[in-house]
Design a protein around this ligand. Structure first.
Ligand SMILES: CC(C)(COP(=O)([O-])OP(=O)([O-])OC[C@H]1O[C@@H](n2cnc3c(N)ncnc32)[C@H](O)[C@@H]1OP(=O)([O-])[O-])[C@@H](O)C(=O)NCCC(=O)NCCSC(=O)C[C@@](C)(O)CC(=O)[O-]
Ligand SMILES: NC(=O)C1=CN([C@@H]2O[C@H](COP(=O)(O)OP(=O)(O)OC[C@H]3O[C@@H](n4cnc5c(N)ncnc54)[C@H](OP(=O)(O)O)[C@@H]3O)[C@@H](O)[C@H]2O)C=CC1
Length: 427
């Protein structure tokens, strides 16, 4: 139902963007009847300076703090790594620790396919699209010079245009000629870098194709920038063949059924997004790439695979696009991201992508193991019980006390938490 007390308030606020965060907050507080304590809470910027926050995005009034937890026990390519994870969801960090603990001696092995990003340039209204494709391909060296001139810093660092592909697509409005600029973006995620290149070559592509150029933008299906991780969980370390087979059966369902694959992949992204966010990278770009890759065959399916090794152990692998960077976006500017990158010890974008792939695999293993054995609620809800206790109003020592009763009684519910809390307070 509409809040009638708000009916006459206007969201048309000219020049809102020119005000300071505090001035904006006062306007918002008046609009939304925020209490003094709500205003004071929003005005508390925590460990992100208001000036920096106000430059990272627009119309800033505050920050949304998410906890950063550390996943332990991860050994990746023979090196022990502590993993900072930014997430609001309980049991996500514990799940990575738990999976990694069960494979600690052997650890995870990772690789990448490269650091190549794709930018697309769309030409329409081309009368001879197939010949236009060849005319553009003939200009490969001209395209290289145009692209590399956009970013001498990147070229100096060993990056720049690597290849050109041209596709003729059938579309609802007839054939389109789509040029792909394939660019090594080194330690940058590379969106801005390749978008600049796509815009620079667009007039030339219009000329060579004889068509009109509309879109000039990167593709988030970064399938030239795949990160891969695999690990072998010994069957006796994970509870025996029944557990192993339950995990494989869970994978088979995700492989066969998009309804399950969506949840299976959501679990993988629990881990991946948490490291992407902790390092100041773009979670939406990673999500878009992951799900597009999961649907690349035309059928949406699992990002991981599980098999049995010759010796009867559980072999698990993951492969997905991971366009993450160490420079660009918020990675270099956000002090928390910088500290998290230091904790990870990742000195190249490639290493960061490899670590993130391993985290995605660990996350998936734990979720499948829980699902195939005790069920997700036992571990997840046990940790979530503290949140429920706080929602019921528990503070300090009450939180642990209420959570314990909820878990022991297998009733992790708000109404039960309220009852238990009232009981504790009555003595
Ligand atoms: C929750 C656990 C880990 C309990 O697991 P457990 O075996 O009951 O725990 P434990 O007390 O025996 O401890 C085992 C290890 O787990 C870790 N661990 C244990 N507790 C903690 C903690 N508090 N904080 C940090 N780490 C913890 C820690 O490494 C510990 O080893 P230790 O350090 O003691 O040598 C397990 O049940 C689990 O891994 N569950 C999976 C949880 C999960 O996947 N959560 C994601 C949210 S649910 C979801 O969104 C996705 C989903 C499930 O739908 C995806 C899908 O369907 O595929
Ligand atoms: N669809 C999408 O995913 C889109 C995403 N974005 C956003 O784009 C941002 C990422 O773009 P990105 O191009 O990475 O960021 P930046 O343009 O901020 O940074 C990349 C630039 O940093 C310089 N640089 C310095 N050191 C290095 C190094 N070691 N390796 C590579 N480059 C280096 C390069 O040259 P120079 O110094 O000359 O700049 C390079 O072009 C993110 O914020 C993302 O959210 C934007 C549009 C669309």
């Amino acid at each position: 139902m509409q809040d009638t007390t708000r009916a006459n308030r206007t969201s048309r606020i000219a020049g809102f963007h020119k005000k300071t965060p505090r001035e904006r907050l006062d306007l918002v507080a008046a609009f939304a009847d925020l209490s003094e304590s709500e205003v004071a809470h929003l005005a508390e910027f925590g460990n992100l300076a208001p000036d920096l926050a106000d430059r990272l995005i627009e119309n800033v009034v505050g920050t949304m703090n998410v906890p950063v937890g550390i996943a332990t026990n991860m050994r990746i390519d023979g090196e022990d790594v502590l993993i900072p994870m930014a997430t609001e969801e309980s049991s996500v960090v514990a799940a990575v620790c738990n999976a990694a603990r069960q494979v600690y001696e052997d650890g995870f092995t990772t690789s990448v396919s490269g650091n190549l990003m794709i930018a697309q340039v769309q030409a329409v209204g081309v009368s001879d699209p197939h010949a236009a494709r060849l005319r553009i391909l003939e200009q490969r060296e001209v395209l290289r010079a145009l692209c590399d001139a956009c970013d001498p810093v990147l070229v100096r660092l060993g990056g720049g245009l690597r290849d050109v592909e041209v596709r003729v697509l059938d579309s609802l409005s007839g054939p389109m000629v789509v040029t792909h600029l394939i660019v090594d973006t080194r330690d940058a995620m590379g969106a801005n870098a390749v978008n600049t290149m796509a815009e620079a070559v667009a007039p030339h592509i219009a000329g060579w194709s004889g068509g009109r150029v509309y879109l000039r933008i990167l593709s988030n299906l970064a399938d030239r920038r795949l990160a891969r991780a695999h690990a072998v969980w010994r069957t006796d370390a994970i509870g025996g063949p029944e557990v192993r087979d339950g995990i494989i059966s869970a994978y088979h369902l995700a492989e066969a059924d998009p309804y399950r694959a969506a949840t299976h992949n959501k679990g993988i992204m629990n881990g991946i997004d948490a490291v992407v966010l902790a390092t100041g990278n773009d979670t939406r770009a990673i999500e878009a790439g992951a799900h597009a890759y999961a649907a690349r065959s035309g059928r949406y399916t699992s990002l991981t695979r599980y098999e049995v090794t010759a010796s009867g152990d559980l072999s698990a692998s993951i492969e997905l696009p991971l366009a993450v960077g160490l420079v660009g976006g918020a990675t270099k500017l956000h002090p928390t991201a910088q500290a998290c990158l230091k904790i990870l010890g990742a000195t190249t974008a490639e290493r960061l992508a490899r670590i993130i792939a391993a985290v995605g695999l660990a996350q998936n293993f734990s979720a499948l193991k829980a699902l195939a054995t005790t069920g997700i609620q036992k571990g997840h809800m046990a940790l979530h019980a503290q949140n429920i206790a706080m929602m019921a109003g528990a503070v300090g020592e009450e939180i642990e006390a209420v959570a314990r009763v909820l878990v022991e009684g297998h009733r992790v519910r708000l109404d039960v938490a309220q009852e238990v809390l009232a009981g504790i307070r009555r003595g």
